[in-house]
Design a protein around this ligand. Structure first.
Ligand code: ATP
Length: 308
């Protein structure tokens, strides 16, 4: 299947001379949720801004469903919805008026049935006659999404969709995004919250210092780079680990009452059987054990740190 968005060799050098993007290549498939992760200043907003035609690239191309975002700007832009971080305008307008207005900006004929569908999908229909300024923060975020969907885009960009919102609202937003995807919209979101990518994304891209370091299926990424840890709670605390166990690369924690063994869950051998028998030979007994898998956050932090 041809990608719905194809970014090739995209670079951006700002007038100041600062290189914000270095030859980024990325293809997005129709109907996926793609999360773009990166620390502050990594180039996420620059990338989205180029795709949406708000910033001009220094090199490379972006094609949205067959339309080049520069040569064929109008057609490309009509494919794309952008949900910015902040609600900037329209506060005195009603929900209905502001969302309808957004559709008009793309030169699309009025379509009250579509506006109604969007408002209903976002649970905003009951609020259609309310002024935007009277809505709660969560409802305002929904209005931003409704505005971005008013012209029936096929690709929706969400720039930090849940920055600064509470946990309950964040989960609520995640459900909204999933429902949109189920309705056929391709979703690309940027986020600082790695938990958000872990929860929602089909694929994850990690950008740092203008370079796309890695693009991977989320589950595959966690499988490949994830490490497992086995924690053993000891019967008797240890002052130090016996020399005989040095090869296992163990860590002694919690005042000597816990041994932590890190292993590669994908490896041929985990080494657990040998470890347990070596522990027993050295008279170390444990009363409890549990295992944990590294999170996307740990993977991300390691990757970015290694690139410093
Ligand atoms: N107009 C500009 N002129 C010069 N440098 C800029 C301009 N806009 C952005 N930059 C720089 O480009 C880099 C990337 O910025 P960008 O906003 O794309 O990052 P980001 O990943 O979106 O960060 P954040 O998560 O903080 O929004 C930053 O170092 C920023 O200072």
């Amino acid at each position: 299947m041809a990608p719905i968005l194809k970014i090739s060799g995209l670079s951006k050098v700002y007038d100041s001379g600062f290189t914000a993007l270095k030859s980024v290549d990325l293809e997005i498939d129709k109907g996926e949720i793609f999360a773009l992760l990166g620390p502050n200043g990594a180039g996420k907003t620059t990338l989205i801004s180029i795709i949406c035609g708000l910033v001009s690239p220094s090199g490379g191309t972006v094609v949205a469903d067959g339309h080049d975002v520069i040569r064929d700007y109008r057609a490309a832009r009509a494919m794309i919805g952008l949900v910015p971080q902040e609600l900037t305008t329209d506060s005195f307008e009603t929900v209905w008026a502001t969302v309808s207005f957004s559709r008009g900006l793309f030169g699309k004929p009025k379509n009250p049935a579509h506006i109604e569908k969007v408002l209903k999908a976002l649970s905003l229909y009951d609020k259609r006659d309310s002024k935007v300024m009277t809505l709660s923060g969560g409802m305002k975020r929904r209005v931003l999404i409704a505005k971005a969907l008013a012209h029936e885009p096929e690709i929706l960009f969400l720039d930090e969709p849940t920055a600064g919102v509470d946990v309950e609202l964040r989960r609520d937003m995640w459900n909204v995004v999933r429902e949109l995807r189920d309705g056929g919209v391709t979703i690309i979101l940027t986020t600082h919250y790695i938990e958000e990518a872990e929860e929602m994304a089909d694929r994850v891209g990690i950008i740092n210092k203008g370079e796309l370091m890695l693009v991977e299926d989320k589950a595959e990424l966690m499988r490949k780079l994830g490490r497992k840890q086995l924690r053993l709670t000891l019967h008797e605390p240890l002052g130090a680990l016996p020399e005989a166990l040095a090869d296992h690369g163990l860590e002694l924690g919690k005042d000597g009452t816990e041994i932590v063994y890190t292993y590669d869950s994908q490896g041929e051998r985990t080494g657990i059987t040998t470890l347990l028998s070596d522990l027993s030979q050295n008279g170390i007994r444990f009363k409890d054990l549990d295992t944990s898998q590294s999170t996307l956050e740990e993977i991300f932090v390691n990757l970015v740190r290694n690139q410093q």
